[in-house]
Design a protein around this ligand. Sequence first.
Ligand SMILES: [Zn+2]
Ligand SMILES: [Zn+2]
Length: 245
Amino acid sequence: MKEKLYTIPIQDAFAKDCECPVCEIYRKLEENAINYTIGPGASYMEEDIRAQSDKEGFCQKHLKMLYEYNNKLGLAMMLKTNMDRTIKELEQVSKASLPQPNSMFKKKEILSHPITDYIEKSEKECFVCGYINQTFQSYLMTIFYLYEREEDFRKQFAEAKGFCINHYKVLFQQAPRYLNKKYLETFLTTLNQSFLNNYKRVRDDLEWFIRKNDYRYKEEPWKNGRDALPRALTKVGSIWNGEES
Ligand SMILES: [Zn+2]
Ligand SMILES: [Zn+2]
């Protein structure tokens, strides 16, 4: 069964003391994808892969991560040919006639023109995001696969410390596609409770962190407030702040 390939990383992520096990899974895939794109394997030197990264380009987040990876020459080469392609294609679409004065449009209408359409389309694409998403979806399916088949995993799922708000949405949206009647309701009820209870827990930790910054609370114990802010970043923005593993 194909899903079995993915079960161990899922169980590891759910066993980890973290604010969103799905973020853990995503982060590992992201690390992998950055490494694949610009690391020692030098996938960018292969013609077909390069053609794909030239076409898709990179999103803001991954451009930044690629820049922080220590291969400036590799990134420069990839960006150069990506820019070559953009120039060529923009020159093509700019042959279209120019837009008419704004008064021609209804006030709220947003201009649609081959130039802006082209830029908007390329803003939605990213080679690294695409590479991650191929595998990420298989991992999500494996969460449901394990949930239906393993009592231990259902327990692990219920006892995890909840999810970030984005992955809460993703799990909620996909559950009806992959879970059978027997488990769907339990899954969604558990997911709802787990998300809200743990979101509230981190909100409370954040509240205590704020209090602790008030001199009147100086002598009080930190409780779970000390690292409340990075944990809140995970819950609210899927931003990972844990230890490397
Ligand atoms: Zn998450
Ligand atoms: Zn991206």
